[in-house]
Design a protein around this ligand. Sequence first.
Ligand SMILES: [Zn+2]
Length: 356
Amino acid sequence: MPVEPFPLVQAHGDHRQAGRQIGEALRPQIQRYMSSLPDSLPAGVTWEGMLDQSRLYLAPARAAYPQYTAELEGIAEGAGVAFERVFLSHCEELWEPAVWARGCTDLVARGRATVDGSTLVAHTNDLRASVEDDLVILQVQAGDEPEFLGVSVAGLGYSAGFNAAGISMTGNELANNDIRPGVPRLLVVRAILAARRLGEALDACLLPQRASSYNNVIADAHGEVYSMEGSATDCEPIYIEDDLLAHANHYASPAMRRFEADRNDIGSSVYRHNRARRLLQENRGRLSPELFQALLADHAGYPASICKHGLESVTVFSLILNLNERRAWIGRGRPCQTAYHEYTLAPWTPPEDWPS
Ligand SMILES: [Zn+2]
């Protein structure tokens, strides 16, 4: 059986228009996803209680990112669901810890580590197995931002992607112990996808009003690569070392360990992090998109391997990027069983007044 690509939805216009197109195209998926959310409430919290809490996140979100809040309003209109529900679905912080059951592994190489000097990013995305049916690819050109392509759960937030300026956004969920009302981390991720240079992506990761943070792995076609290991109140920018970078789902920098919600619950992540680092080192100088496809299918430590099977989370998609070529290969499901489909974006042209 051939492995089908994820559905592709294209949207363009101003932010609200782009959102409305996403909502219209994914109306059944969004409605189904929304109707499943009340079944996933954290223990002891009512649906009304969740909506009340999400209102504390809305004011900072509107203040920091009116354009992305407008996008969510457009999605709600297009899908025929209440905006407050769409916004609540983006407040992942409120659904901690059980709903998402995430894990992800990132492997990045540049310069002398890759076969042709390109910057290559590889990412596995682990979620509940049932989420695989809701995954879509969005190709969006909103406002005056560079076009981007991202993998999304039902059009509600982005898990990984890259843009026409050659900037990638991948990364890993971390269990922050300092979550607070603020700008949802899913909106920070959306801002990274709009970056025209890596400095703008760095600034997005460091947004002072953030409610929490992923470990945002950001990279550009110049081979500049950071693992922005953040929490709500602090962030350690980890720079690529020896042309290689690996990361999984725990705080690797000593400065950030105090933000780990449970230091005794990081074993699986430590294993994948070190395994990824070793696979990169052993293949230094030979790394190519094809070789990354094989590395993402690694089964050491099965079933809690980089290609993750059969635990509370499994690999629901994986992605490999060549940032110099603005090219992505995206595969549905487990990397050992998938077929990768190729996507490209035309390079972004800076406006004439862009400082050179
Ligand atoms: Zn596998």
